[in-house]
Design a binder for this molecule. Structure first.
Ligand code: NAD
Ligand code: DAU
Length: 345
């Protein structure tokens, strides 16, 4: 089985590659990654010398490169993780979001159509459904109501991918997952940011009242769901992938502080994220019924494993929090109110 993974040096893509190579002896993987600030080859150190694994540094928007990789390497399966994945960055700097998430997906779909790929998995997000009030849960048929440049670009890419199935019968499947967490996540997202700040007794910035709800999914469970979808998902279909673990942001951060034995007063309220979605919630009946997948790792265990990983990898943390990260951190947190005011002018 030859799999082209895009964005495989990021958080979820690297987990997918590590697990695939560990669990499937017939798998061969080509990882196409641009190595943006979020791409890190250290995440793939465990497989770097595996003969079944190849890395190519490149952009999914590069038509000539993508076409030649598909022609020369002939993957049966394409799994597209490559994206600008952070909502806050998409608000501060939307341009690369639309380039990669929309134009990049288009480039991959076009090449996959021409080269007769057998399966194309578009890794998407529950954010495309927008904010849902209690007790709603989005099924795959729910309307798309994205609120950020990030989620709008992902919704557009979902529709584009599904149009390739409708029009050309390109064998596309779209998955929409809830909030992932686990080892190797870049410390711009809620859980790794709060763990790494708390470890150094730095303030933990809570947007608005902190009562927004997210459904937490351990990254290995997400990857297991993707394996099931590759094996037995139906072409032209969408599958929701949720952790079944809804928590407010405040609860998540309180648990992190308690697990680390740190004081709750490290939490500080800061100005809210513009367009902040209040609640995400997924109905995953379809995935359960058609593939038998269920999440295996509950939040308590997943958080324990995640915190232990960050405690055991201070050098990884130190390296990713240098350079570009410091500039981003200053814009999004230290100069937060000025930056948000500037965006509204
Ligand atoms: P990430 O930011 O950790 O990694 C993204 C990877 O894509 C990086 O390695 C980066 O270098 C690469 N990349 C970016 N632009 C590229 C380009 N133009 N060409 C090639 N490579 C490029 O992201 P993640 O959290 O691992 O998310 C992976 C995918 O899963 C994304 O598509 C995201 O929308 C989706 N998703 C994420 C979550 C989550 O909670 N993190 C939940 C649901 C869906
Ligand atoms: O729901 C799936 C999505 O989850 C993915 O598609 C995205 O790629 C991923 O980034 C994530 O998006 P969120 O915006 O939900 O994740 P984030 O970790 O940025 O924020 C989670 C919640 O925590 C959200 O309500 C905003 C809040 N938050 C976040 C940060 C970084 C804070 O209160 N303070 C913070 O500093």
């Amino acid at each position: 089985m030859k799999v082209l993974v895009t964005g495989g040096a990021g958080f979820i893509g690297s987990c997918f590659i590590r697990m695939l190579l560990a669990e499937n002896s017939s798998a061969r993987v080509l990882n196409l990654d641009k190595l943006t600030y979020a791409g890190n080859l250290e995440n793939l150190a465990d497989v770097a010398s595996d003969a079944r694994y190849t890395f190519v540094r490149g952009d999914i928007c590069d038509r000539a490169l993508v076409d030649s990789l598909l022609a020369d390497w002939s993957p049966e399966i394409v799994v597209n993780f490559a994206a600008e994945s952070h909502v806050d960055r998409s608000i501060l700097t939307p341009d690369p979001v639309f380039q990669t998430n929309l134009a990049g997906t288009f480039t991959l779909l076009e090449a996959s159509r021409r080269r007769g790929v057998k399966r194309f998995v578009q890794v998407s997000t529950d954010e495309v459904y927008g904010s849902l009030s209690e007790p709603l849960q989005a099924t795959e048929e729910f309307p798309l109501r994205p609120s950020s440049p990030y989620s709008a670009s992902k919704a557009g890419a979902d529709l584009l991918a599904l149009s390739y199935f409708a029009t050309y019968r390109t064998p596309v499947i779209v998955t929409r997952a809830s909030n992932n967490y686990g080892p190797y996540q870049f410390p711009e997202k809620l859980i790794p940011l709060m763990i790494t700040n708390a470890l150094e007794d730095r303030p933990l910035p809570i947007y608005g009242d902190g009562l927004q709800v997210r459904d937490w999914l351990f990254v290995e469970d997400h990857c297991r769901a993707l394996f099931r979808v590759v094996e037995c998902g139906r072409e032209g279909e969408v599958y929701n992938v949720g952790g079944g673990c809804p928590l407010t942001n405040r609860e998540v951060v309180q648990r992190i502080l308690a697990a680390l034995g740190k004081p709750q007063h490290l939490m500080v309220n800061v100005s809210d994220r513009p367009g902040h979605d209040r609640r995400y919630a997924l109905c995953c009946e379809k995935l359960h019924r058609q593939t038998g997948w269920r999440p295996k790792i509950g939040f308590e265990e997943g958080l324990r494993r995640t915190i232990a990983w960050y405690q055991q990898h201070p050098e990884w943390v130190r390296r990713v929090r240098s350079g570009e990260y410091l500039e981003y951190y200053a814009r999004n947190y230290e100069r937060r109110d000025q930056e948000l005011a500037r965006l509204r002018q």
